[in-house]
Design a protein around this ligand. Structure first.
Ligand code: SF4
Length: 460
């Protein structure tokens, strides 16, 4: 067994990371860039980095993920990647004709110190970027942060390059900026906003891009994604709702500074309480009412929770993933009577009080670990010291789950060995119900598997 040798005894580590509980910044930046219509992500670094970023996203979404690369070799690694990038602009625009190229840096180009602002300006000056085409960039050094930071940095770049105030005052539109979440969840958030008749702009918006339909015709640029004009217009919106403190708030903050659009940051709508807060905030800022349909969806969710509370009550759960997801997920688990034992993330929380938030929603007893050394190795050790009834985390948890014979519910990024995450939301009331059903079925399958002959019941 792969992880058989993980010792139970925990030794404090200062520098070493073993099996990180995160992935690298450009993966998040590339994912965010795909959320703009007709945008080609571009990785400014080696081909190996780009291949890794693309394959991570391709395997998670089971869809082709497009991206260019500056293809650094020895020369670019020593002298910088300007020549490669300028050539890439010419090739990409002439061969693939995107409206926008969104460049993310990598560890290598950051260590060299490539000045992307200057290089892009040179691209315009030397007509390597055709008239009417746009290049934006985000610095995404992967030796800090994680895919969530990269997503936040690229979303912030969208604001920096596009958002403008038209000077005619604010209109009634609400900006919805999500953290690194599935296209299915973006779609569900948009559905709820539509249902309440809210005028909104969402970006990034990867729905219809990384989960686009198969209709016999390959489209390099699928129909989904936020239009550039909408991002420009977001500077005239009335308010921004940042859905996630680490993945969404940086863009909302810049939009406030740049275009004076005030913002509120709230948790992602996972579970009853967080979805209630989302609906209530949206209702307040947009001045709309909660519809009968939404109330019915909430009622069905509550009904299912009440009907099946005995199967989740007292069950111990350990969580690993991204901070913006873990906080409302811990709150949801706690609200259905589960005891959260651990919350571990490889994403450094910076100034966000991640530990305090987790403890506030799930109790002081929760062991919370965040940052570079809060890796899958540590997570495994923590579980050996206090074994939960269920794990919630990404595909990499399967090794731990197998080693310790713990049921696993796959949530977060990446998920390589199951499908459904790009189509079935876990957010909102409907998504929450679907999440609860998955959780319940995972627990009930285990009860059935472990039941003695005399206790193996048709009705549980
Ligand atoms: S961690 Fe750095 S070197 Fe590794 S794939 Fe990511 S950007 Fe490239």
């Amino acid at each position: 067994m792969l992880l058989r040798h993980t010792p139970k005894q925990i030794t404090e580590r200062q520098a070493l990371t073993i099996n990180p509980a995160k992935t690298c910044q450009p993966v998040g930046a590339m994912y965010a860039a795909l959320g703009i219509h007709r945008c080609m992500p571009h990785s400014h670094g080696s081909q190996g980095c780009c291949a890794y970023h693309r394959s991570s996203l391709t395997r998670h979404y089971n869809d082709p993920i497009i991206s260019g690369t500056s293809s650094f070799s020895e020369g670019a690694s020593v002298f910088g990647g300007q020549a490669n990038l300028l050539e890439a602009f010419v090739n990409i625009f002439s061969l693939y004709n995107p409206d926008i190229i969104a460049v993310n840096t990598t560890c290598l180009s950051e260590v060299i110190g490539d000045d992307l602002t200057q290089m892009i300006r040179k691209g315009y000056d030397e007509n390597k970027i055709p008239a009417g085409k746009i290049v934006i960039h985000a610095n995404t050094p992967s030796f800090t942060g994680s895919h969530v930071t990269g997503f936040a940095n690229m979303t912030r770049a969208m604001v920096k390059y596009f958002a403008k105030s038209g000077g005619k005052g604010k209109n009634g539109t609400v900006n919805l900026i999500p953290s690194f979440i599935e296209p299915s969840d973006m779609e569900e958030i948009k559905r709820l906003a539509h249902e309440m008749d809210v005028r909104f702009i969402m970006y990034p918006d990867t729905c219809g891009v990384v989960n686009s339909p198969l209709d016999g015709r390959y489209r390099l640029y699928p129909n989904g994604g936020c239009r550039k004009e909408q991002i420009i217009a977001s500077g005239d919106s009335h308010t921004t709702l940042a859905l996630g403190h680490l993945g969404a708030q940086p863009a909302a903050t810049l939009l406030d500074t740049q275009c004076k659009v005030p913002f509120e940051t709230i948790d992602l709508p996972i579970g009853i309480a967080a979805t209630d807060r989302f609906i209530e905030t949206l209702r307040n800022v947009a001045g709309v009412s909660v519809t009968e349909t939404i109330q019915q969806e909430r009622g069905q969710f509550v009904d299912a929770l009440c009907d099946m509370a005995q199967y989740t009550y007292g069950k111990k759960v350990s969580l690993v993933g991204d901070p913006d997801i873990l906080v409302p997920m811990a709150e949801f688990c706690s609200s259905i009577g589960m005891k959260v034992l651990h919350a571990v993330t490889g994403t450094p929380p910076a100034k966000y009080p991640f530990e305090e938030r987790i403890k506030a929603v799930a109790g002081e007893h929760v062991i919370v670990k965040a940052g570079q050394q809060s890796d899958m190795f540590l997570f495994h050790q923590l579980l050996q010291n206090d074994k939960p009834d269920i794990l919630m985390g990404n595909t990499y948890c399967k090794y731990i789950a197998r080693d310790m014979d713990i049921p696993l519910l796959r949530i977060g990024f990446p998920i390589y060995d199951r499908i459904g995450h790009s189509y079935e939301p876990v957010m909102g009331y409907k998504g929450g119900l679907s999440l609860f059903i998955k959780l319940l079925n995972t627990l009930m399958d285990r009860i059935d598997r472990d039941a003695e002959e005399e206790n193996f019941e048709l009705i549980m």
